[in-house]
Design a protein around this ligand. Structure first.
Ligand code: CO
Length: 291
């Protein structure tokens, strides 16, 4: 924990372009979730392909988990707030996600994996983000890392915020994961009531905020809990300033990255650049060549 950093370093902040309500859906073996970043926003929020938020006290909503399924062509980032999920994949990786932990998986040319709850009762809450890979890396070998809660750097600002730096960099604190090309920033912000937090952002990067507790104010727009704010891309902007409302603490994910500006062709768990590459992925999966 780094103490007392001033976070006020942004002079021309971005505004809220649009507030998005996610779509309630289910995935895997009946896991109920909210798809916050949906298919129609993939181009706008390039390089991000999907954000799912799940949170429930009812085991019936999560107990089925996500049995064996394939992925190719992108990365999945799972961040747990509550609950325990066990991961197993065809590359031989196994890990247990616990509250506060992150799992970063690069599917690359392909993995088959399962994500199953390791609890029969209690609360399950967290997020899964899909981050695209550039075409040149889509067929790279799969990679996987479990990041324990203590391995995620945190900083405390003078203005009353605690920031968990999952990826990228914030106020001189390097996150647990760094990525070339897409340069993802993934922050979990915990702001005290009335606290302000500023984060510099490259003007060309696409950025969004998902509020999951309390409410955040961004340049005059109040973003309530369970809503995503897509931030404007003004060429002259230098970052974003968020504040919690005066009476309640607020928590939000701030996510940004460099757009790839490549064709995006998705077929379920495969995300490639062309239809031909998708046909190949399906064929490779059917022929058992994905694992
Ligand atoms: Co998966």
């Amino acid at each position: 924990m780094t103490a007392a950093l001033s976070s006020l370093t942004v002079a021309r902040p971005r505004r809220v372009e649009r507030v998005v309500t996610g779509q309630r859906t289910s995935d895997g073996a009946g896991v109920k979730l909210t798809r916050v970043l949906t298919h129609d926003l993939q181009r706008r929020l390039d390089p991000f392909l999907m954000l799912d938020a799940f949170g429930t006290d009812n085991p019936g909503d999560y107990i089925g988990g996500f049995p064996d399924h394939p992925h190719r062509g992108f990365e999945t980032v799972t961040y747990m707030l509550e609950g325990r999920m066990r991961h197993r994949d065809s590359a031989g990786h196994e890990g247990l996600l616990t509250p506060g932990a992150v799992q970063w998986m690069t599917a690359g040319r392909g993995v088959i994996h399962s994500e199953m709850p390791e609890q029969q009762e209690g609360r399950m809450e967290g997020f899964q983000l899909w981050l695209n890979l550039p075409g040149k890396d889509k067929m790279s070998p799969p990679w996987y890392r479990d990041i324990a809660p203590a391995e995620i750097p945190e900083l405390r600002t003078a203005e009353g915020g605690t920031v968990r730096v999952i990826a990228g960099e914030s106020h001189g604190v390097a996150g647990a994961v760094q990525r070339a090309v897409t340069e993802p920033l993934y922050l979990d912000l915990h702001l005290d009531p009335g606290a302000v937090f500023a984060q510099p952002l490259a003007a060309s990067h696409n950025a969004f905020v998902y509020v999951y507790r309390g409410a955040m104010r961004i340049e005059g727009t109040e973003v309530p809990a369970q809503r995503m704010a897509i931030l404007t891309n003004d060429a002259a902007s230098d970052g974003v300033i968020l504040s919690a409302t005066a009476d309640t603490p607020a928590r939000a994910l701030l996510i940004a990255g460099a757009p790839l500006a490549e064709p995006i062709v998705q077929h379920g768990p495969f995300v490639m650049n062309s239809n031909e590459e998708i046909f190949q992925a399906v064929e490779d999966f059917r022929a058992g060549r994905l694992a």
